[in-house]
Structures are given as C-alpha cells and as structure tokens.
Design a protein around this ligand. Structure first.
Ligand code: DGY
Length: 326
C-alpha cells in the first residue's frame, strides 16, 4: 500500500543503517534518513523530531522529556536495539507515543559474543596476542600467560532473559555449572532446559568463577556491581559485561583488577561510551571491545528490518496495522 504523497507522515532515521531495508519505509512515509553518522546532541535530535510523526533511532540517541516536548507530531519511536535506556519511557508514555525495540533477533548473536568475551578474558587471548605482536615471545614457556578454565567452572549469569538463557545453553556444552540471579525466578521447566540453578545475588558473585552481566540498565541497576560486590568475588574470577556500562562502578572495577582482587574482565559496554576510563585502558587483564555484541552482519540487518516493520505498524500501516510489536 502507498499513501497520498501530500498526506504522508514523516519519519526520521537517525543514523545511516542499511539503505535497502530503510527503503521499505518509503511507500508509507516521507523519509528523512541521516546520510552520515552524526553526533547525538540533544539539539540535533530535537530539531530532527520537530516535524516527525515517527523515528527510527539507535541506542546512542537519547530522547527525553525535552525532546518530546518539542515534537508535537511524534507518535512512534522504533529503537534499533533490545535495550532502550536511551529513551525516557515515562515521558514518551505520558504523550501516548508508542515505543518498540528489537528483541529476539539478536539473542543468539549476542549470547555467542558474551561467551567469546568471557573466554577471551579467562584465557587472556587479547593480552597474549599483544604480547606476541610486541615481540616478547622468546619461545614456548611453560608458565607464561596462564589463564582460568572455562570447562568445569561455575558460571554466574546476572539477568536471565533471552540472552542470559542463550549463554546458559552454551555453557552446558562446556560442562559448566550454571548459577543465575534474576528479578524473578524462572519456571522450573526453563531452569531445567538451561541447566541453571537460581541463587541470590550474593551467592552468585561469591560462588562463580565467571560472572556475565546480561540485565537491563535503569536507575535501579545503576552501579549494581560496586566495590562491595566485587569484594565478594573470588580473586581468580572474571567479570564480563555485555549489557550496559552503567551497571558497573568502573573505578571500583579498575581498582579490583589492578589490585589483583579480580583476575580479569571482559567489557563490551562502558558508562560514558565512547569514552573508556583510562585506568581500564591501561590494564592488561581486561578485554575491551566497542559495544559490538550484537554486531554480526545478519543480526544487524535483522534488527533494522524488525525496527522498520515496527515503525510501519506503530504508525498504523502494513500488515500489522494496529498491532504494534514491542
Ligand atoms: C542492544 O540491542 O541493546 C545492544 O546493546 C546493541 O545491539
């Protein structure tokens, strides 16, 4: 279906995504799509939303009460990502603006990456590569770069949603014992399928050899992993974060890693992205990646395709008209 050009709603696409997928918006909308990676300044976002009926945005486009107040026509926001802490949901809901995200399509890819990052931290893979490239390898040495095992170890998963469950299923193949903590305990059948046991927050950190964070970020979970939590962990343990940087007090983590109170960390997300705490950058026992856990080509394309479908539906068009997904 295509609409009369005069009356077509306007949608803003905040970043260059995949043109061949974004084109699917064109039969329905007047599309204002960014041609270059632009800054995420609130003033630019407010300006872009001023005339928009809908927007397709990414996790680094913050939209709060001030932007909403300057967007009188805005009816729908499709976030390309499963996390939506860039959006002020209360402000958007107060205006009746529909918000959608892209769960499911990124679950397996993100779980793959979480597992890889945990393994890289435990087995010191990036540290070893730097060492070799720096010309420090003088020949096979029995005791160099000794890491921690994955197989047979205890994995603690904080946040047992789809991605957490995906990581638990991978852990079974490595013969790991899996503990989890979550706001709500999972049904027994799901626990069995994931071969995971529910424990409280304290036990998760105290008993695990490797902890992976996969929970949503909010004001309530801000710096959930602080100095006190880190002090509970085994000094031989690793901590991996593929959720949001604000979950960890990064200064406390740098202290623990530098002081030998935690063996290693794998971080894909940071509190002040793209800024990374210089203390973390200086440490060799932390693997740092630039927020790429969902970044396989197929998955990023699937995320954009789902966000496009969501926006079309949320604005009342397409086969899903009237049934916006979230
Ligand atoms: C998300 O979807 O929330 C990820 O952090 C980015 O893919």
């Amino acid at each position: 279906m295509s609409t009369n050009i005069e009356s077509r709603p306007r949608v803003w696409v905040s970043q260059p995504l995949f043109d061949d997928i974004i084109t699917r918006l064109e039969p329905y909308f007047e599309v204002d799509a960014a041609r270059e990676v632009a800054d995420h300044a609130p003033s630019r976002i407010a300006e872009a939303l001023r005339e928009a009926d809908g927007a397709l945005v990414t996790l680094n486009d913050p939209i709060g009460a001030a932007e909403v107040a300057q967007a009188p026509r805005l009816r729908a926001i499709a976030n390309v990502g499963v996390g939506y802490n860039n959006l002020d949901i209360a402000a958007l809901q107060a205006r009746g603006i529909v918000v959608t995200n892209t769960p499911d399509v990124l679950t397996e890819t993100t779980a793959d990456f979480g597992f890889a990052l945990m393994m890289a931290a435990a087995r010191r893979i990036t540290e070893a590569e730097r060492w070799l490239r720096d010309g420090q390898w003088q020949g096979w040495a029995f005791k160099s770069l000794l890491g921690a095992d994955i197989h047979g170890a205890t994995l603690g998963i904080l946040g047992m949603g789809r991605i957490g469950q995906g990581i638990a299923k991978r852990a079974a193949g490595f013969g790991m014992r899996v503990l989890y903590h979550n706001r709500h305990r999972l049904p027994e059948a799901v626990e069995r399928e994931c071969r995971a046991s529910y424990v409280d927050y304290e036990k998760l950190f105290a008993q695990s050899d490797h902890v992976v964070l996969v929970l949503p970020y909010s004001a309530q979970s801000h710096h959930l992993v602080d100095a006190a939590t880190l002090a509970r962990m085994k000094p031989t343990a690793t901590l991996t974060n593929i959720a949001r940087g604000g979950l960890i007090d990064e200064a406390a983590l740098a202290d623990a890693l530098a002081g030998g109170r935690l063996a290693a960390a794998g971080l894909d997300v940071f509190e002040g992205e793209p800024r990374v705490d210089p203390r973390l950058l200086a440490l060799s026992n932390v693997v740092l990646t630039p927020h790429i856990a969902s970044g396989s080509l197929a998955t990023r394309r699937a995320m954009v395709a789902l966000a496009v479908d969501n926006l079309i539906a949320a604005l009342g068009f397409g086969p899903e008209a009237g049934k916006p997904r979230n």
